[in-house]
Design a protein. Structure first.
Length: 381
RNA sequence: GAUCUCGCUACGGUUGGC
């Protein structure tokens, strides 16, 4: 079955799910590893439901099985499902805990991630890097520094997390100092500081850094595009875009939002139509651009065509409907979101509540306000 | 021996302030 599994892996990695499925049925003995391969393959081809059903019918599972499912949910931003799986796992390895810490931290659930961190029998640099970023994300800078000083083998990624944390905390100068103290650098380090310059409006510094980088990746270009776009320098943004060696989804997405930000809906849409592989960001950006101009049905069409939807895209839809006076549709969308198992967050509720206030429905708003506390455990105040 | 290979940078959601 080793040979069969190797074949299976080959098909799966080539994205040929049809052949993989056929092979699986022909196999004399499917084992744990075969199922793991299939789960992973379905997931990376966007078929999460298939992954889940294989997972549920597996007679035995190992750590790899569980880790695969956790990472899949994590990548989809479904923190809740990831956490449920994590809690059900019979045992954890470093990878599972790290993945979980990172996801929880990303969702702002720092307390839970701390609990996991403190109960880990063994950690590695990645673990520490996760908690460093987590603390930076919620503004615990002293804790971030403390943790950083405790890391024994600081590698580039760990240093980058520190620099990124300082950038998040709006301490651009300290970030630059940390950058200068790093033993070695990579593109991520430079991009991080560059994005801070751009964010703060220091376009000259951003550009200088861009030019002085020994290597550039496509993200460096994207940071520059974004910087120009946010400072209203549409022409520079377009020019930089045209100079890029190649265009990937992110750079297209940046341009959509730059155009939308500067009121050019038509150009935004034409870029959107030229993208071969839309992702969630492209669609959500486009929806919002439509919404600002009141094109509710166009926004809705983009939404319906999305391969899958996450919390942000659902929230965007709800906001689009609420803002344009379609309160009943917004509430329906909210219920549909819950049925899909995607949990709302405080931003979703603000979207609903502000919609109610525009429509003058105090009673409706009150109902949702109460729901926030009882059903979703979010404190509205 | 085959399967997860987890950490850092970029683009998307709500309201309000100057």
């Amino acid at each position: 079955s080793l040979a069969w599994n190797t074949m299976l892996t080959a098909y799966a990695q080539g994205g040929d799910m049809l052949s993989a499925t056929i092979l699986l049925q022909k196999m004399p003995h499917r084992d744990l590893v075969s199922s793991n391969i299939i789960i992973q393959a379905f997931a990376s081809n966007g078929c999460l439901d298939e992954s889940t059903s294989v997972f549920l019918t597996m007679p035995q599972k190992n750590v790899i099985t569980w880790n695969t499912m956790i990472t899949v949910y994590a990548q989809r931003g479904d923190t809740q499902k990831a956490k449920i799986l994590f809690d059900r796992m019979p045992q954890w390895d470093i990878l599972s805990s790290n993945a979980m810490i990172q996801v929880l931290a990303h969702a702002g659930r720092i307390t839970e991630s701390k609990i996991i961190f403190e109960s880990m029998p063994e950690t590695n640099v990645a673990t520490w890097t996760c908690v460093i970023s987590a603390n930076a994300g919620v503004g615990n800078l002293e804790e971030m520094w403390r943790l950083f000083s405790l890391v024994e083998q600081k590698d580039i990624v760990c240093w980058n997390a520190l620099v990124g944390g300082l950038v998040t905390a709006m301490q651009t100068f300290k970030a630059k100092e940390a950058l200068d103290r790093m033993p070695s650098w990579n593109v991520v380090a430079w991009n991080t500081v560059m994005s801070a310059y751009a964010r703060d409006g220091y376009l000259t510094d951003a550009k200088r850094m861009f030019l002085s980088m020994p290597f550039r990746d496509h993200l460096a270009w994207c940071v520059l595009l974004t910087g120009y776009g946010e400072c209203g320098e549409l022409l520079n943004s377009i020019q930089a875009f045209n100079r890029m060696p190649l265009h990937d989804v992110v750079s297209w997405n940046v341009m959509i939002s730059v155009y939308a930000l500067n009121g050019c809906l038509v150009q935004a849409k034409s870029i959107f139509d030229r993208i071969l592989e839309h992702n969630l960001s492209s669609c959500t950006t486009m929806m919002v651009a439509f919404s600002v101009n009141g094109h509710v049905s166009c926004a809705r069409e983009v939404f319906e065509n999305m391969p899958w939807k996450d919390q942000r895209s659902w929230t965007a839809l709800i906001a689009v409907l609420a803002r344009n006076g379609h309160m009943q549709d917004a509430i329906n969308a909210f219920q549909a979101m819950n049925l899909e198992g995607i949990s709302p967050d405080e931003i979703t509720f603000i979207a609903i509540l502000s919609g109610c206030s525009h429509a003058g429905k105090i009673i409706g708003a009150r109902e949702h306000f109460l729901l926030i506390q009882s059903d979703f455990g979010i404190d509205p105040i």
